[in-house]
Design a protein around this ligand. Sequence first.
Ligand SMILES: Cc1cc2nc3c(=O)[nH]c(=O)nc-3n(C[C@H](O)[C@H](O)[C@H](O)COP(=O)(O)O)c2cc1C
Length: 353
Amino acid sequence: MSDIFHITGPLLRLIDPETGHRLAMRALAAGLVPAGRAFSDDALGVSLWGIDFPNPIGTAAGFDKNAEAVDAALRLGFGFVEIGTVTPRPQPGNPKPRLFRLPEDQAVINRMGFNNEGLDVVLRRLARRRRRGIVGVNVGKNRDAEDALADYVTGVRAAAPLADFLVLNVSSPNTPGLRGLQRRSELSRLLEAALAARNETAEQPGRPPLLVKIAPDLSEDELKDIAVTCRETGIDGIIATNTTITRPEGLRGTDVGQDGGLSGQPLFELSTRILGDLYRLTEGKVPLIGVGGVSNGEQAYAKIRAGASLVQLYSAMVYHGPGLANRINRELASLLRRDGFSKISEAVGDAHR
Ligand SMILES: Cc1cc2nc3c(=O)[nH]c(=O)nc-3n(C[C@H](O)[C@H](O)[C@H](O)COP(=O)(O)O)c2cc1C
């Protein structure tokens, strides 16, 4: 194959992961990654929140924190992208090195700590593009924020006019105290404040749906609380899951001992279980986005059958390159046909029936 990732992929893996990712993003943004034709199939379309997604496979947050390669990612065949996490003010994130590949495990560990250019710069960049394709904005709080809620509200207000959907990230393990926002009383306050801010920004229709992204490291009780809180507040959807602070047995990568969140293959089972639990706990009434360890059509299909209406990925791009979205979509379309489904929505939650 003649695309640049296949030539440079092995080379990229010799240099440090963060530089590699930056180079890959630059190449993408500069149009140096020939995209070919995006695979398209009517069976893959998903209608959700009044938005028509051409296919259910999106990029997960962190892949393009600063909205530098949005159109390039869409050209690679992704049905949507999610930029961010963006914080109100720019911040450098944690000291390097903070990104580690575990190739033996097809996994990644990161402790980036929300390095990003801040709302002003990122949203200005987003505003400059022609609005085509579906783009979500994931917002978070600055590390030194005194009022976490105020940071989320600022993010929602600023991003709502430009976002097709909004995500509150309360599940990154690399910002101290962040995951505490998943506790019932705090989550409820946060969701209510963020929903009110979102509702002020636009008339319905035209209001971007507001989602919350959760961690995989939650007990059954904590998950129950989240499900109840999401139903009570009327949040539009849940993204499950972020990276895990656990280290499943059998990991072989030399960097397994690094602090941070683990993603990629070893996260697949855990995150799919949480997704399925959440589908059950919300009785299939809250739209879910499944993310964690997806690298092929079968795994994307498993997320959908567990309850996901849409699927995202990041880590597998590191190991499989830019043709991945098209490949997954092609495989997914044939799995749907094999099982007699004519569209994605028919397969959502099928594992529970
Ligand atoms: C390097 C890196 C940076 C990430 N940054 C963010 C982030 O800023 N915000 C967020 O919500 N998730 C972030 N994530 C988590 C991913 O969006 C995703 O939830 C997780 O990696 C699991 O998916 P995967 O196994 O396909 O990578 C990041 C993941 C990685 C690997």
